[in-house]
Write a protein of this length. Structure first.
Length: 225
């Protein structure tokens, strides 16, 4: 159970919701840039454009602050990905929508994936810091399982394909995207998502008939008699 107490008060004239949002954003950015161990309350307060004393009105310790940011991460990602999938009925459209939504999240929160990585690495041994982060990935696998099961029920999945194995394959792709997003710019991530969607749809590579076509300007060999 988190030891985070209720706010002790806040500076006069401050908007509580806006201030908390600013603090959470600053926390994600600082932890993403320097890691959990090296991030300090002072750095986070400066990034949030407030004093350390004012920040302590909202969170008593760095662990409380980072845990709150992790909870924000989970509350942000999982519902958005689920809603994106639920907006479609066809399984392939659902899958594409999930990847599109990860793209939008990356554009809106460029530091989010690096924060998650830092949290999983630097938060080991601190249960309150690892549980929320890992649950994001667990929820993603559940989404993929549901999509693959729908494909099986619709007869679009090869009868010999194992549902769990197919879901795991998609899950691995998602994990790879999360790792790539740590260092990729939003533009680079967007391009990668586009290529991934084409690969899944079977349109990334040119049809084999193009590769088999005779090179232009050369005559085809005459058949032997």
């Amino acid at each position: 159970m988190s030891s985070r107490p209720l706010p002790l008060g806040r500076p006069i004239g401050a908007n509580s919701d806006e201030t908390r949002r600013r603090i959470i954003d600053a926390t994600m950015r600082c932890v993403a840039e320097v890691g959990y161990a090296r991030a300090t309350i002072r750095q986070i307060a400066q990034a949030a454009q407030m004093t350390s004393g004012s920040l302590y009105h909202y969170y008593a310790t760095k662990a409380d602050l980072v845990t709150a940011a992790a909870e924000e991460l989970e509350a942000l990602i999982n519902p958005r990905l689920l809603n994106a999938a639920d907006e479609h009925t066809e399984f392939l459209d659902k899958l594409m929508a999930v990847f599109d939504e990860t793209d939008r999240i990356k554009q809106e929160f460029p530091h989010l994936t690096a924060f998650d990585r830092a949290l999983r690495v630097g938060g080991r041994g601190r249960l309150e810091l690892t549980t929320n982060s890992e649950s994001v990935f667990t929820a993603m696998r559940d989404i993929f399982v549901a999509i693959v099961e729908q494909a099986r029920e619709a007869g679009a999945l090869d009868p010999g394909t194992d549902v769990a194995g197919a879901a795991d394959a998609l899950y691995i792709v998602f994990q790879g995207l999360a790792d790539y997003a740590v260092t990729a710019t939003p533009a680079e991530y967007h391009c990668a998502i586009g290529a991934l969607k084409s690969l899944i749809a079977g349109t990334l590579l040119a049809p084999q008939r193009t590769a088999r076509a005779a090179p232009s300007g050369r005559s085809r060999a005459k058949p032997r008699r």
